[in-house]
Design a protein around this ligand. Sequence first.
Ligand SMILES: C[S@@+](CC[C@H](N)C(=O)[O-])C[C@H]1O[C@@H](n2cnc3c(N)ncnc32)[C@H](O)[C@@H]1O
Length: 175
Amino acid sequence: MIKIVYDIRVYREVLKDVIKADDLVVELGCHVGNSTRIISHLAYNGKIIALDKSLESPDRMDSLMKEKSNIEFMKRDVRLHETLEEVFNKIKKCDVLSIDLGGGYHPDTTFKVFFIWSSTLKPRDTIIRNRGLIDFIQSSSANEIIKSKNGWLESSGNDGIPTRLKELGLWSTKI
Ligand SMILES: C[S@@+](CC[C@H](N)C(=O)[O-])C[C@H]1O[C@@H](n2cnc3c(N)ncnc32)[C@H](O)[C@@H]1O
């Protein structure tokens, strides 16, 4: 299932609906760990790999990791191929992919990050926090039915980890 949300409260409610005790969760955009704490509680027998590039993240995530043993924080830019490759080499697959790069803008970047990460890690469920993507899906319609059951797009997700894509380098300086 792929769930798209905007309101942070809805995001956290959806996390509660989706995450199971044994899940391996990859959280892109954990910031200072406010949702990571919730995820860690929900996946109490599982593991969370939480990533963020913010300078505010490391100290706060380090103290959260002292409290919760199932969290691993990585200070990385999730748009970079190297970051995805590093996570892929560590886990190969995940149960839930949770993406919150800032709900209000850059649906293009958010979709690109979703597409590349989900088609590589093949999550059972994906949760994306982004207003522009909700606007797009609710403002558009299609005459053909092309649909996926899991947290990645089956119609285009069978390529495994992409060979080095130049476009996955830093293509936006705004975030
Ligand atoms: C709205 S905050 C996330 C809030 C958090 N999910 C929560 O529930 O408390 C968005 C975060 O995405 C991070 N972010 C944005 N672009 C990123 C990128 N390319 N790589 C890693 N982190 C990114 C920002 O640094 C910021 O901390």
